[in-house]
Design a protein around this ligand. Structure first.
Ligand code: TYD
Length: 140
């Protein structure tokens, strides 16, 4: 699978019948990478901002499997976008080296995150100015 460099909305197929609904996310097909790590975030108050980092190597897919939240993204060209995560069958793909803030969590929000890498705190960039410098967009 060719490496993706752009933030992209992903629509997953809903397998619905009278018993309810089922959404499948298979690594390397529905998800554009091999899934090495899964975590989920819940119980965050609406005024909390999470994330506040970029990753040197990890790619992510974020899906609100319950409730809603928003993610603000700044890509390596400096483009900013806000994506509402509000369907269990809609995800957002984030390539490596994008800044992300997650916020506006509804009380029932369960934000599922799929990652392409195992956890390594050293690949996290937690300083926005450093991120901008690394992208060549910082102050001279
Ligand atoms: P943090 O990166 O601050 O979460 P968020 O990106 O949502 O703001 O992680 C919270 C805590 O969980 C922190 O102590 C690190 C730990 N953690 C792991 O141990 N493994 C992981 O894969 C992640 C994402 C976090």
């Amino acid at each position: 699978m060719p490496e993706m460099t752009e933030v992209k909305l992903l629509q997953f197929r809903e397998n619905g019948d009278r018993r309810g609904r089922l959404v499948v996310m298979e690594g390397e097909t529905d998800i554009p990478f091999e899934i090495k790590r899964v975590f989920y975030i819940y119980g965050s108050d609406p005024d909390v901002i999470r994330g506040r980092h970029a990753n040197r190597r990890s790619e992510f897919v974020l899906v609100n499997v319950a409730g809603t939240s928003k993610v603000r993204v700044v890509d390596r060209s400096g483009n900013e976008m806000v994506i509402s995560l509000n369907h269990p069958h809609t995800g957002i793909y984030l390539p490596a080296m994008v800044w992300k803030d997650m916020y506006d969590f509804s009380p029932d929000s369960v934000l599922l995150v799929l990652a392409s890498e195992h956890y390594d705190p050293d690949e996290y960039i937690r300083d926005f100015s450093e991120f901008q410098r690394m992208c060549g967009n910082g102050e001279a």
